[in-house]
Design a protein around this ligand. Sequence first.
Ligand code: NAP
Length: 249
Amino acid sequence: MEQNLQGKVALVTGAGRGIGKAIALELAAHGAMVIVNYNGSKEAAEKVAEEIRSMGGQAVCCSCNVADAEACEQMVKDLLSQFGKVDILVNNAGITKDNLILRMTEEEFDRVLDVNLKGTYHTIRQLAKNFLKNKGGKIINISSVSGVLGNAGQANYAASKAGIIGLTKSIARELGSRNVCVNAIAPGFIETDMTAALSESSRAALEERIPMKRLGQAREVAALAAFLASDKADYITGQVICVDGGMAM
Ligand code: NAP
């Protein structure tokens, strides 16, 4: 595989499993040194780092709840003192707490916004100076087709993912002149723990709505992340790119 991320340091949030794990492995396969962030999945994150090292790559794990502003500040301080810089930031950490609006509690709304949207804000806020100092970098935020199209039962989640799109475009405008590219990936339905709970019938109904008639794979999202992280994407910023089998076209 082309080692076009050699010498780059990448922080991937929520990289112990699912899409984050696939992104961590893909960036490492292209030569990046990967920081595998986790919140609850310590063992899984350590396995990802081990897998990267066993392929001849470089990886370390770091624990941080991205919804916690102080914890993010500390994580970034530690990483910068250890590695000196971060070139690629992938804001992947995310949760769902689905409910119809009549039943959705304020706690369910806030929790999803705190992790998905504020978590993304916290890491970007803490790393902004680093990107300005380095005169470049790549920020990749994981949104969702739910943020583009809306989704019944996911008002909190869709609001957080639409918020990520506004955040992405605003920061792309702020940091563009400093050579920092900020883009969002909007996956459709991807096979991970997040979608594993779907019943047979809702899965079949879902597949019917997808022009390509199948759920996506985490590696299909990771391939785009690796491209956006590379210098091949140096003139792409402020974009929302769907990896969704055609759902949101
Ligand atoms: P997943 O399998 O449920 O994994 C979620 C990841 O987020 C885990 O690694 C988890 O880490 C991490 N995370 C959750 N809360 C965190 C926190 N407070 N601080 C740090 N990390 C935290 O989900 P996934 O399907 O891979 O989704 C990854 C991203 O893609 C999410 O942003 C999700 O919204 C988005 N997405 C997924 C789909 C899909 O169909 N799967 C579609 C569109 C968008 P721990 O286990 O360590 O807590």
